[in-house]
Design a protein around this ligand. Structure first.
Ligand code: NCD
Length: 304
């Protein structure tokens, strides 16, 4: 039985296969409409979500399956003191596959140790978010045609932004990829990612606080929200929240084929005036996320 806890649980070949399946679903959705008939997905969200939970649910419905679950820990027995392990043992009796989001780093790993069915990490604290990375990868593939030789700018909260950590892990495996890490000093990429992924694998990267100066080099600009819920105090959040706001004038020096991404939800990081720019890809990312989650469910359920 396979789980998806970390994006590196999938080989690059497997990521390529998921992208092929997702592209085939886009071309011929009817072929997939009954693939998960009589199968059930449980979405256990101990933390808020719009896109991730609803896209998992839409993905399962489009495969002909059904969905059960909860969207906040307050509406589950967690509020009575039930442990993650017990909740998972119980839900394994009802569902064929589980997508879970939890505020604690490592909770999906604990779940996988007791679960009778595949576990998908739909975000664990400030750690990882592998299915957002699948959405990001399909977007990059459809916009750029390949993953190689791209300069990827990551901007905003690189410390707590779990989508950033997973994307760096995934993109580091393709040749010629360079990273420009743009953040305030306090929200720099954690050392465990810088050292264990970038330095260890000899990946070219630079750290800067200056988005404008970095702009002309970038093929991808991945904006992120400052993760308010992970801050220890509100003053620091207020001081840092508007560190970077992407507006049309800041794109003057950017490449004509820049791909602007954001995992969403956005707060202030991208002005709505950028939405009409043909380089804005963040709403395409949302749709790509559904296709990749469909492909992932098929793979983990071993559906032909
Ligand atoms: C992200 C997350 O939950 O980490 N959202 C998402 O799943 N698309 C990003 C965020 O909350 O800022």
């Amino acid at each position: 039985m396979r789980h998806l806890l970390d994006i590196l649980d999938l080989t690059t070949e497997e990521i390529g296969q998921l992208i092929n399946t997702a592209c085939d679903i886009i071309d011929d959705p009817d072929k997939y409409a009954e693939k998960c008939r009589r199968r059930k997905l449980a979405t256990l969200f101990f933390e808020p979500s719009t896109r991730t939970r609803l896209s998992f649910e839409a993905a399962m419905y489009e495969l002909g399956g059904s969905v059960l679950g909860f969207s906040s820990s307050s509406s589950s027995s967690t509020s009575k003191g039930e442990s993650v392990s017990d909740t998972i043992k119980v839900v394994s009796c009802y569902a064929d596959i589980i997508a879970m989001r939890h505020p604690k780093e490592g909770a999906p790993m604990v779940a996988s140790m007791v679960s009778g069915v595949p576990i998908i990490n739909a975000g664990d604290g400030g750690h990882n978010h592998p299915t957002q990375t699948l959405a990001d990868l399909l977007t990059i593939y459809r916009e750029k045609g390949s993953f190689e030789n791209l300069t990827v700018g990551l901007c905003g909260d690189l410390k707590f932004g779990r989508t950033v950590h997973s994307l760096i892990n995934a993109m580091s495996r393709y040749s010629g990829v360079k990273f420009v890490l743009i953040s305030p000093e306090e929200l720099k990429l954690p050392d465990y990612v810088t050292n264990n992924v970038l330095v260890k694998n000899n990946i070219e990267f630079e750290e800067t606080t200056d988005l404008l100066e970095a702009m002309p080099k970038l093929d991808i600009l991945y904006m992120t929200r400052v993760q308010r819920e992970r801050f220890f105090n509100e003053q620091d959040y207020i001081r840092l929240k508007d560190s970077y706001i992407l507006t049309p004038d800041k794109l003057e020096g950017a490449k004509k084929d820049l791909c602007i991404m954001h995992p969403l939800p956005r707060v202030n990081e991208i002005s709505v005036a950028v939405d009409n720019d043909p380089r804005a890809c963040y709403f395409k990312q949302v749709l790509n996320g559904k296709y990749m989650r469909m492909a992932l469910i098929l793979k983990l359920l071993e559906v032909e």
